[in-house]
Each structure stands twice: as C-alpha cells, then as structure tokens.
Design a protein around this ligand. Structure first.
Ligand SMILES: Nc1ncnc2c1ncn2[C@@H]1O[C@H](COP(=O)(O)OP(=O)(O)OP(=O)(O)O)[C@@H](O)[C@H]1O
Ligand SMILES: [Mg+2]
Length: 242
C-alpha cells in the first residue's frame, strides 16, 4: 500500500484507534502514547494524528498544549456525547489532542457498559489515527478504550507487568474480543539488570519466540499490524517489530 492509501484513511470520518494499556503503573504507557503520536505525525504530516488520556495526570496537555489555547471542554465531554471532532485542539508537533479531565471518576458509574466509547468514536468525525492513553487499571474507562481499539499495545517492563497481561487476555476472552489486536512491547528494559537463562542476552527480549514461551500466550507477540490503510506507516517504520 502506498502513501495514497494514507490519504484515503485521512478522509474517513472515524479513526483507527490504538489503545495503550497496562494495569501495572509506570511501565511507560503515557511515554509510549505521546511519542507514538509524534512519530506517526512525523511520518506523514497529512495523516491526522490525535490523542487523549483517561488518566488525570494531564501529561498529554503539558506535552501538546500550545500556550494561550482555550480549553473549555475536555475528554469528559466526549463521554457526555459531544462530538469528538469538536473537542480536538491542534497541538505541538501538529498532533491533535483532547484535553484531559480531573472529573472522570464521577462519570464511571453512569457508563453503560464497555461499548460506549466505540459508538462515540464511530460518530466522532475524527479521522486518521487516534491514540488512547489509559490509567493503570482495568476500570470501565480502560475497558471502553480496549473495546474501541483496532490495536492494543501493552508495554512490558518486568515480570509483574507481563503477569498483569493475563487480566487483559482474560477480559478479551470474556468479552469475545479478538486477541490478534494485542501486542506486547518491551519498555524501560534496564540493561544493568543481568538475567540468567533465556534473557541473559537482553536482545532476546526483542524476539517474539521467547516472550511467547514465557507468557505461554496463544497470541503472537508483535503480531503484524492489521492490513488497514492507516497501519501501513506502522509496518513500514518497523515500529511494532523493532
Ligand atoms: N523508554 C523509556 N526510557 C526511559 N524512561 C522512560 C521510558 N518510558 C518511560 N520512561 C519514564 O518512566 C516513567 C514512567 O513512565 P510513564 O509515566 O510513561 O508510565 P505510565 O505507564 O504511563 O505510568 P502510569 O501507570 O502512572 O500512568 C516516567 O518517569 C518516564 O519518563
Ligand atoms: Mg501514564
């Protein structure tokens, strides 16, 4: 697929959704989400790239907001049925962002199941790629972000974060969702830590087979990005595999 396909994707009025998720805190979700947004935008400035976070750290805002930008609405308004396109601000690096909210926990109880966000994004008018940064839990907001995703990236920092993946796999099983959308990515791997056995050479972490063996997962690690038009730059840049 050529660059023309990207323009096709950019013409659509619903996004290709990449959700970054892990129940484990501090594994690099937000860092990965923000850098991926900048990276994808740098691949092609004509590809709309948008991001928002369900976390209340306001990192997205600090990273992308342009000084003086008026922010009267935020991601809570998306959940209250404001069209997503109306909430987007063009931010630093040309990345669009929806401002974060400190009041999402109050909305959780009124969320009617895990499919609400998928419906809202389908009619959002947002085109191109949308990256969703999530909180370190599997609450109803994260579940909605997982359900809406075309691709889920789970950063893995250590054994605990790898074991936590099981809960996401189980959730996918419970909801009958396709685990092919899941990818694990080693993040924050500390080269000073020396392992015995199969990880004594840490570069082994970047190869699919040993990770599959460790997790005993039935899904491939670093599966090929789905053959959608928008995912072409991801494959081309070898992001998933490098
Ligand atoms: N690839 C990286 N190399 C070095 N430092 C990193 C990398 N990714 C993240 N960090 C650092 O690790 C810390 C945690 O990262 P980050 O906030 O992205 O994790 P998180 O999973 O979003 O955390 P939380 O669960 O609290 O939302 C930060 O201080 C960040 O700067
Ligand atoms: Mg975070």
């Amino acid at each position: 697929m050529g660059i023309a396909s990207l323009y096709d994707a950019a013409m659509k009025n619903y996004p290709y959704v990449i959700t970054i998720s892990s129940e484990k805190g501090g594994v690099g979700k937000t860092t990965l989400a923000t850098n991926l947004a900048i990276f994808l935008k740098a691949l092609d400035e004509n590809l709309p790239v948008s991001i928002f976070s369900f976390d209340n750290h306001f990192t997205i805002d600090k990273m992308f907001a342009i000084k003086g930008q008026k922010q009267d609405k935020d991601v809570s308004d998306l959940l209250l049925e404001t069209p997503g396109l109306d909430l987007l601000h063009t931010g630093q690096y040309g990345v669009n962002y929806i401002p974060s909210s400190g009041a999402l926990s109050g909305l959780k109880t009124s969320m009617k199941g895990p499919m609400v966000l998928a419906r809202l994004l389908a009619s959002s008018g947002i085109s191109g790629v949308l990256i969703i940064d999530t909180r370190p839990d599997l609450d109803i907001l994260t579940q909605n972000a997982l359900f809406a995703a075309d691709q889920v990236i789970i950063p893995i920092k250590d054994m605990a974060s790898m074991e936590n993946c099981r809960n996401i796999f189980d959730l996918f099983d419970k909801r009958g969702m396709d685990k092919k959308t899941l990818s694990l990515i080693p993040c924050l791997v500390d080269e000073r830590v020396k392992f015995e056995g199969m990880f004594s050479d840490q570069k082994t972490l970047l190869k699919p087979t040993p990770l599959t063996a460790v997790t005993a997962a039935t899904i491939p690690i670093y599966p090929k990005a789905p053959r959608s038009k928008v995912s072409t730059p991801i494959r081309r840049a070898r992001f998933i595999r490098s």
